[in-house]
Design a protein around this ligand. Sequence first.
Ligand code: ADP
Ligand code: ADP
Length: 226
Amino acid sequence: MIEVIDLKKVFENGYEALKSVNFTIEKGDLVCLLGPSGCGKSTILNLIAGLLSPSDGDIRFAGNSVVKTEPKDRNIGFVFQNYALYPHMTVFENVMFPLTVGDKKKPKAEAMAIAEKYMELTNIGELRNKKPGTLSGGQQQRVAITRALVQNPEVLLLDEPLSNLDARLRLKIREEIRRLVKEVGITTIFVTHDQEEALSISDKIILLNEGVVQQDDDPQNLYLEP
Ligand code: ADP
Ligand code: ADP
């Protein structure tokens, strides 16, 4: 489903963040990109989403190169670390927003039905009239994921989605995320620096270090330093 081939990224200041990254992700898998801070995880997500362009190499979705396409033509749902919800809109308005503008615009009744369906799946129906600023971190996380899913993306990208949550909530939400993406059946890339988190939720782990893939395997086959 997603092929990353000889991907390189050198930033304007000359820093080589990705040296030559290769991996493949199967449709429907939940894959963790695991590695220490600064190893290039966010750079890879940004390249897949089209928010950055590669210095070299290719990214293919279902066999087609996407590196020359605009972010909006990649059909990706991106959940940012800080959630990036619209503060002046209610939860319902946030979830509806992608369905009221641009290519994904739907007639109002249809948009509302889609929003309702996903709000039920993520259990945020009761929060519909609240503003993001009044929600807990876990609730904002659910809203951000819901807003990504209503667009029916082919791929869901989650950048350290649990890093702003306390330890107890992290356990709960990561299980919710696994259940949700499996229920929806969406291919998901989950970025984390937490080994235990990666081992507990992923179908496959891509271990990165200093801009190269060190291992790429099922969690049970991965060798991790204790
Ligand atoms: P991670 O997500 O694994 O923490 P990043 O992908 O954010 O790592 O960053 C990888 C490396 O590239 C880091 O050393 C970071 O400082 C550097 N980097 C990221 N963005 C830029 C940029 N725009 N210009 C220069 N260096 C950058
Ligand atoms: P993350 O926590 O996802 O790794 P960072 O906090 O490292 O992200 O980076 C936040 C933003 O700053 C990103 O857009 C990244 O591209 C940019 N950035 C990171 N490192 C550098 C750097 N050394 N020079 C310029 N921009 C950077």
